[in-house]
Ligand binder design. Structure first.
Ligand code: NDP
Length: 306
């Protein structure tokens, strides 16, 4: 068997088109959703992420504002900034790009974001809304995993779903979304005994671990849907050849760039899985698409619109 590769770029493009249409519809009611992206300090990766988020807002007609406090910003200054953004009527979503400079109390800053404007869905109020199935804002990457499953017509209700990873930003919320959609959910972590055997029970296997290629063929039930959230940069040539021994295109790319991105799932899993998300081009593109969707949702929820 060779897995059907699930095209995250294509699904993300569909969602962005739908969000763009909703933005146009809201414009007829005089509403323009707005996102504030706060980028503190000079982390190069964060700069790339924020640029791409702002560009996507522009493409979809969402108002966006990039705010760039210096690397020396204090917790108090960040809290004041968040308070101003909470009070602004033209801002529906506040995105605090992580990591924050080390002197800043990141937890305090995230807690200060109004739950109504918390487009990352990290605020405890939104965590509670998700677990009690109340309307609220849901973390982007986990929502992206669900969109991939649903838009690929992969059944969820009644299925055994295994999530490897229990972080607050991916593992736990994706487990809760699967449970809310009536899967029977098992959450695994570094203390789980006999992880391969638990994973082999899965009809839907979600890997959110942060370890390149850890999920190999022996973790996967034949025909399972495997969602690979991991993004790991591999720079070692020996490690590279363990993942892609016969992939000429990847090899040329690795040689020219000196690195490549690998998921938490080993590419050999395609030999047994029924469906597999690639890295790159799987879950990754959905994260920005869902941020756009959350910004529009926040604009509507705040105004009491359906
Ligand atoms: P964290 O480091 O916060 O969590 C990793 C989880 O994996 C932990 O729960 C940990 O267990 C578990 N784990 C680690 N090693 C093992 C092991 N050997 N066996 C079983 N479980 C293990 O990571 P994140 O959730 O933030 O991210 C996970 C991955 O997803 C990363 O590669 C990250 O880059 C990627 N990511 C991708 C996004 C996207 O847009 N596609 C967005 C966000 C993240 P324990 O709790 O016991 O320590």
């Amino acid at each position: 068997m060779t897995a059907t590769i699930l095209d995250g770029q294509k699904i993300a493009a569909e969602i962005k088109t739908e969000v763009g249409e909703e933005v146009k519809r809201l414009a007829t009611e005089g509403i323009r959703p707005g996102l504030a992206a706060v980028l503190a300090g000079n982390d190069p990766a964060s700069e790339v992420y924020v640029r791409s988020k702002v560009k996507t807002c522009e493409a979809l007609g969402i108002f966006s504002e990039k705010i760039t406090p210096p690397d020396s910003v204090t917790t108090k200054e960040m809290l004041d900034l968040v308070a101003q953004l909470n009070a602004r009527d033209d801002i529906d979503g506040i995105l605090i790009q992580l990591p924050l400079p080390k002197q800043v109390d990141a937890k305090a800053v995230l807690l200060a974001v109004s739950p109504q404007k918390d487009v990352d869905g990290f605020h405890p109020v939104n965590v509670g809304n998700l677990s009690t199935q109340r309307p609220g804002l849901v973390p982007c990457t986990p929502q992206g995993c669900m969109e991939i499953l649903k838009r690929s017509q992969i059944p969820i209700a009644g299925m055994n779903a295994v999530v490897v990873g229990r972080s607050d930003i991916v593992g736990k919320p994706v487990a809760m979304l699967l449970l809310n959609d009536n899967a029977t959910v098992t959450v695994c972590h570094s203390k789980t005994r006999d992880l391969p055997a638990v994973c082999r029970q899965a009809d839907i296997l979600v890997a959110a671990i942060g370890r390149a290629g850890m999920i190999t063929k022996d973790f996967v039930k034949p025909g399972a849907a495997v969602i690979d959230v991991g993004i790991n940069r591999v720079t070692d040539a020996g490690e590279f050849s363990r993942f892609f021994p016969n992939d000429a295109k990847r090899t040329a790319d690795f040689k020219s760039k000196g690195s490549t991105l690998v998921g938490d799932v080993h590419p050999e899993v395609a030999e047994v899985a029924g469906y597999l998300t690639p890295v790159p081009g799987g879950v990754g593109p959905l994260t920005i698409a869902m941020l756009m969707s959350n910004t529009v949702k926040a604009a509507k929820l705040r105004r009491g619109l359906k």
